[in-house]
Design a protein around this ligand. Structure first.
Ligand code: CTP
Ligand code: CA
Length: 231
């Protein structure tokens, strides 16, 4: 019933949201990953659906709460594991989309090789794990699809408020996204926590809005900033 009260300002639109954290396998049982729950991305996906969009949620190891939060008839969930799988899924899903929101925490590096069998501590264990860089999905899509697609990124940064904003500004300019939602993490803030606060920057690094409160509040505030930018 509440969904009927949402503005239908995404009716007829197709949006793609990535959520969770990508994982890069070291061997059949181990991976390099991160602590992202996927709950903020799930809230963004659900809010878009409530506002009338068809949504593809690219789910990178999201937790159960995120899975429940995203449940809506207009949300299709596609499971991905690695950054390269996510990159392929983004390409496919955004082919006819209006908006891409990259809420997933993307592994920047992956092990240069994945062992086919479980790594043993005697003999086969590497001295150090060699890493190679993953593709930057957001920057690639933002630069390639500028005219058609509204591209939104998230940046979790550590430091005090000024440092976080400065890091966010530099990242916004570098990424070429339409919007970058910046939040402070560490010391119990951000990952997995109930409340959230983001400062939203445009591609020039200028502050265009803030969204705070629950993850649903942040999702609403974010879509309010995206809608006027739809192509
Ligand atoms: N992102 C991406 N592909 C990557 C890395 C990040 O699409 N290989 C996206 C994330 O989903 C997020 C945004 O880029 O929306 C910012 O991610 P972040 O990790 O903060 O930026 P990086 O450019 O990876 O910079 P760094 O980790 O060095 O701060
Ligand atoms: Ca990164």
């Amino acid at each position: 019933a509440l969904a009927l009260l949402a503005p239908q300002d995404l009716a007829g639109r197709t949006v793609v949201v990535s959520a969770g954290g990508t994982r890069e396998p070291l061997d059949p049982v181990r991976f390099l990953g991160n602590r992202s729950s996927g709950r903020q991305g799930a809230a963004i996906a659900r809010e878009a659906a409530c506002r009338g969009a068809r949504v593809t949620l690219l789910a990178a190891s999201i937790d159960e709460a995120a899975r429940r939060a995203a449940q809506h008839p207009a949300v299709d969930v596609v499971e991905v594991e690695t950054t390269r799988e996510l990159a392929d899924a983004v390409d496919t899903a955004t082919a006819d989309a209006d908006v891409l929101v990259m809420a997933a925490a993307v592994a920047d590096f992956r092990p240069a090789t994945t062992a086919e069998r479980k790594i043993k501590k005697d003999g086969s264990a590497p001295q150090a794990v060699e890493l190679v860089e993953n593709p930057d999905i957001l920057a690639t899509v933002a630069h390639r699809e500028r005219e058609r697609l509204v591209v939104v990124g998230f940046a979790a940064e550590t430091g005090d408020a000024d440092e976080v904003l400065e890091l966010g500004r530099a990242k916004a300019r570098r990424k070429g996204a339409d919007l970058l939602a910046v939040n402070a993490v560490g010391q119990g803030r951000g990952f997995g926590a109930v409340a959230n606060a983001v400062t939203v920057l445009d591609g020039a690094g200028e502050v265009v809005g803030e969204a705070a409160g629950s993850k649903d509040d942040v999702a609403r505030g974010l879509w309010d900033l995206v809608v006027p930018r739809l192509r």
